[in-house]
Ligand binder design. Structure first.
Ligand code: BTN
Length: 254
């Protein structure tokens, strides 16, 4: 089984590094955890699994990872960038997913890929020593979601009515990610800012910002050169850092 997925990904790669080395498992706890354990492997190694028993989302949440319906992948990176820029890799990954998947995908800053008002992909970037692991989970062939999630989550299958080729999508993401990452490493997020901003679904909308001090309402008005959200509050313009604040729409999830 494993050799087939590797070969199927490989045949659609047009790049040089990302995903050229693939570790595939039928089941693992979390591809992010697997990548952490194997972080001695080369830059650009892709870890994929048919299912995860302990898929992780942001802020300690669980990422439901049932067998074969989703894409569960983590890319191992050894970045040549200053540590304060590492959180921006999440934004680069979101852009890569939108480019690769199409389907009118947009980004809910910083790291959710959405179609319309519903989330189709989540990204979790983690760092251990000199390794960065960028985990991407995509609802690919999920046929339906439980009632309580159905207005917040969607899948590529639900949106298109077509069964998705998960390996082909993985390869397309690797191709786009490598190209974007090269620009990011050489020139910084600033060179990707305009494309990101156009895809950022929050811009011009009211958002509620929650941090350790509480929640305030604001209007998102842009994305900074370093990938922070620029918002207008009653106090004036503020710059919001992804690591410190959680952002939600005031009217629903977006
Ligand atoms: C989020 O939106 O909260 C982030 C979800 C990230 C899920 C992916 S699935 C592949 C990788 N392995 C994990 O355990 N998490 C990420």
């Amino acid at each position: 089984m494993s050799i087939f997925r590797k070969k199927r990904i490989n045949k659609s790669l047009t790049n040089a590094v990302f995903g050229r080395n693939v570790v595939h498992t039928t089941v693992c706890d979390s591809t992010n955890e697997l990548a952490k354990r194997k972080r001695y492997m080369p830059h650009g190694t892709l870890f994929i699994s048919d299912m995860q028993t302990a898929g992780k989302g942001r802020n300690g949440r669980v990422w439901e990872s049932e067998k074969k319906s989703g894409i569960y992948m983590s890319l191992l990176l050894k970045p040549n960038i200053s540590p304060d820029k590492i959180s921006q890799i999440t934004l680069v990954a979101g852009l890569a997913v939108c480019r690769a998947v199409g389907c009118n995908t947009m980004i809910k800053w910083p790291n959710d890929v959405v179609i319309g008002k519903r989330k189709v992909c989540g990204i979790l970037t983690e760092r251990v020593e000199d390794a960065v692991i960028c985990g991407i989970g995509i609802n690919a062939n999920t046929k339906s979601f439980p009632q309580e999630l159905s207005d917040k989550a969607t899948s590529l299958y639900i949106e298109t009515g077509e069964k998705q080729d998960r390996d082909y999508i993985c390869a397309l993401i690797m191709n786009e990610f490598e190209q974007l990452y090269d620009v990011f490493e050489k020139e910084g997020f600033v060179s990707l800012r305009d494309e990101y901003t156009k895809l950022c679904v929050n811009i011009g909308r009211q958002v509620s910002l929650t941090d350790s001090r509480g929640t305030i309402n604001a209007v998102a008005c842009g994305v900074s050169d370093d990938g922070e959200l620029i918002v207008k509050t009653n106090e004036g313009i503020e710059i919001v850092n992804a690591g410190e604040v959680s952002v939600r729409g005031i009217y629903g999830y977006i």
